[in-house]
Design a binder for this molecule. Structure first.
Ligand code: NAD
Length: 366
């Protein structure tokens, strides 16, 4: 069987941390064939470390897309470029896996979705947190129906001091948003997926920029070092109140910098019969047994499996490898996409509405 030729657009952090190692586990089925970055040394480094024999390097993604032999591309650039590059790729006949968030705005995400429908090309988004063992365990438990009707959820992505200082993360023109579309996008994706509920009725949002644009690292501290307050253009925390059509409420909370200690995981769900939440490594369900409220600790192998390699006798596959495997299966027609474009579109629709509501002070109704 001839191997599928894959192209990578954007050779920065997420490319080297996730997509290159993940896809390199699939080399019996794919060739890591083309690498593009506007910074040529990054594309060269990627080719040198991961490229197949004869792998190509580009600085203009249009040249990569012009190669008829390339079957699919990974879009790994800053957020604002996701839409144009993904649409151009699908128009050029390539299947697309794009990094999260799907796009910086709902309008852009919708363009991507429409292009996917019109061209018939596959489109999926890199929400690899679904493959973490803790989240899979939660999903399996929720799917048993043990929670009853789920009517309240919290989607949390919390850093007390974690303003990203690399790349263009604090640049509005390139990223489009702060912690809401950077981190809460994962927490919301997990929450909707676990609830299996994508029907949104209304969104009320509030954002703050109380630390990023005014403070310095010396005054405030930051896990990722110094940032330039003069160039900090985004929210540093955001909150959303999402009513679903069935009456359920999702409470979204996220921060890159806020004076609250992060002591929670990403998802909590409460239903009429029971609930479930995670605190980092631990997943705990609660339900009623013999007229008493009891907790049930759910064994997960680890939130971050690579940290547990030595003591895990039955290690789960690396989430990056799982994402790559599912993607290649779908490319070969041997499986379904795990993250559908419809699901990712709804995540972006909600996050975009939080920004719109925060700006206008109004609730957004759908
Ligand atoms: N799934 C996750 O958990 C996760 C984690 C981190 C980042 N991300 C996402 O990945 C994307 C990239 O983030 P990153 O951390 O890798 O940023 P980065 O700045 O490290 O890398 C982005 C790369 O894209 C390149 N680039 C920019 N415009 C380009 C263009 N037109 N053509 C080709 N290359 C171009 C840049 O030169 C850079 O090398 C973002 O959308 C981010 O939200 C996802």
């Amino acid at each position: 069987m001839e191997k599928l030729k894959i192209g990578f657009i954007g050779c920065g952090g997420i490319a080297f941390d996730k997509h290159f190692p993940g896809m390199s586990t699939q080399r019996d089925r794919i060739d890591m064939y083309a690498f593009c970055d506007i910074i040529p040394e990054r594309a060269e480094e990627a080719r040198a470390k991961y490229g197949c024999e004869g792998a190509k390097v580009f600085t203009d993604y249009h040249d990569l897309l012009a190669c008829p032999e390339i079957y699919a591309v990974h879009v790994l650039t800053p957020n604002v470029k996701h839409c144009q590059i993904s649409c151009d790729a699908m128009e050029a006949g390539k299947h697309v896996i794009c990094e999260k968030p799907m796009a910086a705005t709902y309008e852009d995400a919708l363009k991507m979705y429409d292009t996917h429908i019109r061209t018939g090309k596959l489109l999926t988004i890199g929400y690899q947190y679904r493959h973490f063992d803790a989240h899979k365990a939660m999903k399996e438990y929720v799917d048993t129906g043990a929670l009853g009707e789920i009517y309240y959820a919290e989607a949390t992505a919390w850093r007390r001091r974690g303003i990203p200082t690399w790349g263009v993360f604090t640049n509005k023109a390139e990223q489009g948003g702060g912690p809401l579309i950077d981190m809460a996008t994962h927490a919301l994706d997990l929450t909707l997926w676990m609830m299996n509920n994508y029907e949104v009725a209304s969104v009320t949002g509030c954002t703050f920029d109380k630390i990023g644009p005014v403070a310095t690292v010396d005054e405030m501290g930051n896990d990722f070092g110094n940032w330039d307050p003069e160039k900090y253009e985004l929210e540093d925390s955001a909150f959303g109140f999402v009513r679903m059509k069935n009456g359920a409420l999702i409470n979204i909370r996220c921060s890159w910098a806020m004076n609250l200690i992060p002591n929670e995981g990403m998802v909590r769900l409460a239903g009429t019969k029971g609930g479930i939440d995670e605190t980092g490594m631990q997943v705990t369900a609660n339900h009623v047994q013999n007229n008493r409220a009891v907790d049930l600790k759910i064994k997960t192998r680890s939130m971050f499996p690579r940290m547990m390699n030595t003591i895990d006798r039955n290690p789960q596959k690396d989430p990056n490898q799982m994402e790559a495997e599912i993607w290649v299966n779908a490319l070969l027609g041997e499986g379904e996409l795990f993250v559908t474009p419809e699901q990712a579109l709804t995540v972006t629709k909600i996050l975009d509405a939080i920004y719109k509501s925060a700006a206008s002070g109004e609730t957004i109704y759908f």
